[in-house]
Design a protein around this ligand. Structure first.
Ligand code: FAD
Ligand code: NAI
Length: 472
């Protein structure tokens, strides 16, 4: 017999589990179906983000950062170490524990909010009167509304499937058993730079090969240049404008043939190769054909600005639809969809979704880049403030980078904030709040910021828009 729900969410990543919790909060009987398995075959909700994405990558970034601090920076503080070692197995086990805490946390949240959780693959069976039938193994569920949040998977290079031993996706990159001597990375995007940083800090010689001629093309150019300089200084080698040729794997490792930016033929020999060239929407097993759910040519579910699909009562959110593949974007869409189902006015401001790279220096931004404003022909003023002139950054021993404000030339409304430097991931929140309230740079410049704090650099960059920094 079919179990009936007001809302069935397929996928328990940040888009899905948050949509399910919000739907339950709004009084709907809600089910969430997720197929991710932990190493014992049990449920592991949280999706890519929790299992092989945001959370484990940040755990390893933290461990490797501690190691690098101990190796390179403790001495500056007068702290001596007789010997230093890294137990990779323990570092990875700690990361797994962090993941498990998050999986368990989500199961707890489902109980607390009375969301019925089903562990297995959810597939459309057919449209029924007033809803849709979804199969999960032998069980049949019926939902008046269905939210698809099936996420994304790593994109492989043609003819080079991931074996997670030598050719690694994000999954394998997060559980390398010992520090490789030489690590190659294809794609200098977010994953390439974050995972490349982890293994470089632990002692691997890392070489990143990127097809595009510009470094971090989506970021503000000035910020990207500053970050590129910092990475080069650390020894993270990034070669731009390459064309990847034949890749061979053998007993010893991986050999990557490529043409460099000038067309010269080269070979990179590495022990392991991370391929991080973007991700593809995941609809495996969803059986969208059974109900006529429309996909685009990339395999993404086609939705409008409000996450409505071509089918009445079927919604889709997160990585499986258009837009940036970010956990917080998926969450915002999940909340908005649940609220729309309840007849409320759920809203996502796509212009105010922050980006963060958790490298060191961290890179974070929200709103428009300088090159975008130029292309739009919009008159703007820019103000920057370097962390070098910030007392807290000096005390921390981390003065790389800057905060940059872009504001409308006439109204002074903040149009974009770009940060490269310590704790950029946390500092960007002030810019998001300010921009959501349509603040001007002068608003930020007039607000008292605690001293000494990195946040004072945000205030100073706002002052810089009007050319009146106080500490630089
Ligand atoms: P997912 O998290 O992919 O979840 C989808 C879930 O649905 C999965 O559990 C999957 O098993 C399940 N599923 C799929 N099909 C079915 C089916 N038919 N039936 C049942 N279940 C199904 N984003 C950030 O914002 N910050 C970061 O720091 C960050 N770091 C990242 C690091 C890495 C290495 C990677 C790979 C990604 C990172 N991301 C980060 C991106 C982030 O993980 C994704 O944007 C986010 O997970 C998308 O959420 P989602 O709910 O749409 O999909
Ligand atoms: P990405 O889109 O960030 O970067 C992929 C890079 O690979 C691009 O620079 C692209 O030009 C390059 N590329 C593509 N094909 C290539 C080829 N054949 N040869 C050489 N280079 C090639 O994708 P990535 O790093 O795989 O990450 C996927 C997504 O996951 C990100 O876009 C982001 O949405 C999310 N993510 C977010 C994080 C965060 O928020 N901190 C961390 C990690 C991932």
């Amino acid at each position: 017999m079919s179990k009936n729900f007001d809302v069935i969410v397929i996928g328990g990543g940040p888009g899905g589990y948050i949509a399910a919790i919000r739907a339950a909060q709004l009084g709907f009987t809600t089910a969430c179906v997720d197929e991710w398995k932990n190493d014992k075959g049990g449920p592991a909700p949280g999706g890519t983000c929790t299992n092989v994405g945001c959370i484990p990558s940040k755990a390893l970034l933290q461990s490797s950062e501690h190691y690098e601090h101990a190796a390179k920076h403790f001495a500056e503080h007068g702290i001596g170490l007789k010997s230093l070692s890294i137990d990779v197995a323990k570092m990875v086990a700690r990361k797994d524990q962090v993941v498990k805490q998050n999986n368990d946390g989500i199961l707890y949240l489902f109980k607390k909010n009375k969301v019925s959780f089903f562990h297995g693959r959810g597939s459309f069976v057919k449209a029924v009167d007033g809803g849709y039938q979804i199969a999960v193994g032998d069980e049949l569920l019926t939902g008046k509304q269905v939210v698809v949040a099936t996420g994304s998977s790593a994109r492989a290079l043609p003819g080079l499937p991931f074996d997670e031993d030598k050719i690694l996706s994000n999954d394998g990159a997060l559980r390398i058993g010992a520090v490789p001597k030489k690590l190659g990375v294809i794609g200098a995007g977010v994953i390439g730079l974050e995972m490349g940083s982890v293994w470089r800090r632990l002692g691997a010689e890392v070489q990143v090969l990127e097809a595009l001629p510009a470094f971090l093309g989506a970021a503000d150019e000035q910020i990207a240049k500053e970050a590129q300089k910092a990475f080069a200084k650390q020894g993270l080698k990034v070669e731009l404008g390459v064309k990847i040729g034949e890749i061979k794997t053998g007993a010893k490792g991986v050999s990557v043939a490529y043409a460099d930016a000038k067309g010269a033929e080269k070979t990179l020999d590495v022990d392991k190769l991370i391929v991080s060239i973007g991700r593809v929407p995941n609809t495996t097993g969803l059986n969208p054909e059974a109900v006529g759910l429309k996909l685009d040519e990339r395999g993404a579910i086609v939705v409008d600005d409000e996450c409505r699909t071509n089918l009445p009562g079927v919604w889709a959110v997160g990585d499986v639809v258009r837009g940036p593949m970010l956990a917080h974007k998926a969450e915002e869409e999940g909340v908005a969809v649940a609220e729309r189902i309840a007849g409320q006015h759920g809203h996502v401001d796509f212009g105010l979704i922050p980006w963060v790279l958790y490298t060191s220096p961290e890179i974070a931004w929200v709103g428009k880049t300088e090159q975008q404003l130029k292309a739009e022909g919009r008159a703007y003023k820019a103000g920057t403030f370097p962390f070098m002139a910030n007392g807290r950054a000096r005390a921390l021993g981390d003065t790389t980078g800057m905060v940059k404000f872009l504001a409308d030339a006439a109204t002074d409304e903040i149009l974009g904030v770009h940060i490269v430097g310590p704790m950029a991931s946390e500092l960007i929140a002030e810019a998001c709040v300010a921009m959501a309230f349509k603040a001007s740079s002068e608003d930020i410049a007039r607000i008292c910021h605690a001293h000494p704090s990195l946040a004072e650099s945000v205030k100073e960059a706002a002052l810089a828009v009007d050319k009146r920094t106080l500490n630089f």
